[in-house]
Ligand binder design. Sequence first.
Ligand code: G6Q
Length: 536
Amino acid sequence: MTTWKDFADLKAVRRLEELARNPYNLARPDSLPPERIAACKASACGFDLLYATQRIDDEVLAALQDLAVEAGLIEQFKTMKSGAVMNRIIGQASEERQVLHTASRDVFSDAPLAPAATAQAKEQLSRLKQFLADVDSGAICNEQGEPFIAMLQVGIGGSDLGPRALYLALEKYRLPGRKAAFIANVDPDDAAAVLASLDLSRTLINVVSKSGTTLETRTNEELVRAALVHAGLNPTRHLVAVTGAGSPMDDPAKYLAAFHMYDYIGGRYSATSMVGGVTLGFALGYDAFIEVLRGAHEMDNTAEQQDIRTNLPLLMAMLGIWNRNFLGYNTVAVLPYSQALLRFPAHLQQCDMESNGKQVSRLGTPVTWKTGPIVWGEPGTNGQHAFYQLIHQGTETVPTEFIGFRRPQHGSDITVSGTTSQQKLVANMLAQSLALALGREHENPNKRFTGNRPSSVLITDQLTPYTMGALLALYENRIALQGFCWNINSFDQEGVQLGKVLADRLLGVLAGTKVLGPDAPESSLLKAAGMVSGQQ
Ligand code: G6Q
């Protein structure tokens, strides 16, 4: 029997609504005394979360804790990790699947929570280890007997964003002479540019598609196969596949090696499965990928704690719910002060918005409360010279999540005017957090900062494979916990289907296999866009 409860029916929601009538004012004098800054700090897996600059006090935190307990968030998280069918909606046809991305990193203990899934993860890991050893030893090489030096991942959405974000974050740890590249979009210009940057004869192509049917990926696979043939190369010596067991791509004869992912791992949660493992393992080494898994696993363990003050994913989830549902803020900016995290906000955008952009509760009825916010971001300090104007003085309050590192990844730095570049980076991040909170009075209203704008700062020593894994899992778990609280199914994505269906109709018209009446909106739109021959 499920105990899923709708958000609007939770008692703690009433209490939080009361507290939200007079929330903590960050802009009043002395709003950030030293004891508040010291107390509003939680730590896990080497990360510190500084949240004194959120509009909360002890009463709000206690009520958020009550909300988490009443909604059974930690029980639901553990139930998910143990293999319950969490991807479902009661009384409606839905995916009806387990949600076990956590099993792909629960490989360090002898008693994993979902033993069958973890056994499959271990089996894939040992296949990966052997494959990478064969690449290293030259047992797998090109037709001239030369080692492979690059891997091109072809995949889109969940089969691209997480692996790409992690690769860019960890490029510093690349094995000597190795690199990775990515093609996602069905954009011939992107494919041409990426292919031009590679020596195809020494490149492995890793085609990643859980379904094995995705239009963009299958088209790009054909494009790359044609490029290999054009270069006089044999595609089966170069192509590797990661796909769902039994998918149309699950055909070992067409690939040099094939890895599996399983239906219990959602695309956007798949970076720690073979979807990320093959390319990250090739470029960074098997051991670095295991470190990513270790970081993620330890953050998964943290997420099992009941106490909001020590469970970082839970704390971030509940602060987000306070901002979204009780203070009424519509968006969240994730602003890493690290260029290496360039694509991490894009990955989170998918993970969060595809998971929690939902309008029906798990009880099958329309929600009467707000669900996922609009998530976006860019690295600072670049953003400071761009969109921070709106964050500081716009009419929309943008709760902000800053991410920073005390030490650079590379050993080199420079001291200018008494500070290093890394110190400048971190000082800027902390300054933004203070400026948003405190604001500034001025007789000129155009120079006034109202302040009282919430943010938090997530900081750790260094961006490494371990901390990247922990950071990834921190966000994945915060997203799942918020979904549980809103009582929505965070693991399906029906909202992406309609556009695909209509794109197929338009392509049918362009290919001449579908005839639509001249008054059909598809026909009129193709005509207006100048896409139908003779209609420029
Ligand atoms: C993620 C989504 C979606 C998916 C892509 C690629 O959760 O389901 O982004 O990952 O559509 O799908 P395939 O891996 O099946 O090609």
